[in-house]
Design a binder for this molecule. Structure first.
Ligand code: COI
Length: 372
């Protein structure tokens, strides 16, 4: 539902009605594009945003006032419930410039469905898949000039949903906003990472919100991550909250190990995010005929494998991180250096296959690519 008829808008505002199956998206273009002054060849993750953003409001039990507007600040009540109680969920996905110049997005429908799961856990009304997809499609169509094409770069897409009630009592909100912002990015980690196995602090507990992409999971991880950063680590390997004996995920990415030529990763559950890059790598490994195991992994198994020389590769997998090689694992005061990154044929192969599917260079047997 568009609440402002075209006649209400200032002359400088261009209104293009993008009729879609379900939602009528009002489009207000910026008069001040920042594209010409942006260096797309060297984008830094999370610092630069494209010209427009997508917005939809939920009130009265329905999503409405669906629009694309110039990227800009959001006006919010100081009593806004999200500011106080972290009623927020988000997603991360990427658009690429294909080898033939097309605009390609990697598995956006999977993100839409995961966001609905996060919404359910956080008592939020789900953003329907059609709204999510139409928002991304129209926004990326408008800002496709922002997609960088240098190897290792992409346009990061950040959909997020926040509660909007100006109420500091504790209850689910009646009103929500759904936004999509985008920005050109390069690597999240610019070098192979040093990670510390965390056996004191906990990221997620059984029955908690660890599987959901919700702000509090990340805010709660800042303090332990900062302690580790002071000891020279880029990230943590989180372990289970009950015994700290099992490896879980890394907060910014899922964790994968190659032990004795088998790809091993922890099973997703209520404490581990169901990563889309994780899922894609498992599929690619199976397609290549590699042995894959999704099973609980003891910390002692990793340390023993390093000592015995059977741990060949360790890496993080995530949308932002893509494949982030782990060069050192710290545990109990000892740093274990892993095999040289150059020797890691399995993960280098996964990255190569993923990149070539994402750019349209390789066949897409699982229907992962969405053409805008
Ligand atoms: C992503 O990989 O898209 C994420 O949301 C992780 C975040 C730490 C950047």
């Amino acid at each position: 539902m568009c609440r402002k008829p075209p006649g209400c808008l200032a002359d400088s505002v261009k209104l293009l009605a993008a009729m879609t199956d379900t939602f009528n998206i009002r489009i207000e273009k910026t008069n001040h594009s920042k594209l010409a002054e942006t260096d797309l060849n060297n984008p830094v993750f999370g610092k630069v945003y494209s010209d427009h953003m997508f917005v939809a409001e939920y009130h009265g039990g329905e999503w409405q006032d669906v629009r694309i507007v110039p990227y800009g600040d959001i006006k919010i009540s100081p009593a806004n419930t999200t500011l106080h109680y972290a009623s927020t969920i988000f997603e991360g996905l990427k658009a690429y410039r294909g080898v033939n110049g097309e605009t390609l997005i990697f598995r956006p429908q999977t993100n839409a469905r995961r966001m609905m799961k996060s919404a359910e856990r956080m008592c939020m009304p789900p953003v329907p898949e059609e709204l999510f997809m139409q928002g991304i499609t129209e926004l990326i169509r408008l800002d496709k000039g922002w997609i960088p094409d240098k190897a290792g770069t992409s346009l990061y897409i950040r959909p997020f949903q926040i509660a909007m009630d100006p109420y500091i009592g504790i209850r689910p909100s009646d009103t929500y906003s759904f936004y999509i912002i985008t920005g050109p990015v390069g690597a999240y980690y610019s070098e192979p990472v040093r990670v510390k196995i965390e056996t004191h602090y906990t990221r997620a507990a059984a029955g908690g919100t660890g599987f959901a992409k919700t702000g509090g999971n990340y805010a709660g991880a800042l303090y332990p991550a900062l302690q580790a950063a002071r000891q020279g680590y880029h990230q943590l390997i989180w372990t289970d909250g009950k015994t700290h004996e099992f490896v879980e995920e890394s907060g910014t990415m899922n964790l994968m190990f190659v032990i004795d030529d088998t790809l091993v990763t922890a099973p997703t559950g209520d404490t581990i995010l169901a990563g889309i890059t994780r899922d894609s790598i498992l599929q690619i490994a199976r397609d290549k005929g590699m042995k894959v195991e999704e099973r609980p992994i003891r910390v002692t198994e990793i340390i023993d494998a390093i000592k015995k020389g059977t741990l060949q590769e360790a890496f993080g997998a995530g949308t932002a991180a893509t494949i982030a090689q782990i060069k050192t694992i710290g545990h109990d005061g000892t740093d274990y250096d892993l095999p040289a990154v150059e020797s890691r044929i399995h993960s280098q192969g996964f990255l190569d296959t993923l990149n070539r599917i994402k750019s349209g260079e390789l066949a897409d047997p699982h229907g992962w690519i969405y053409k805008v």
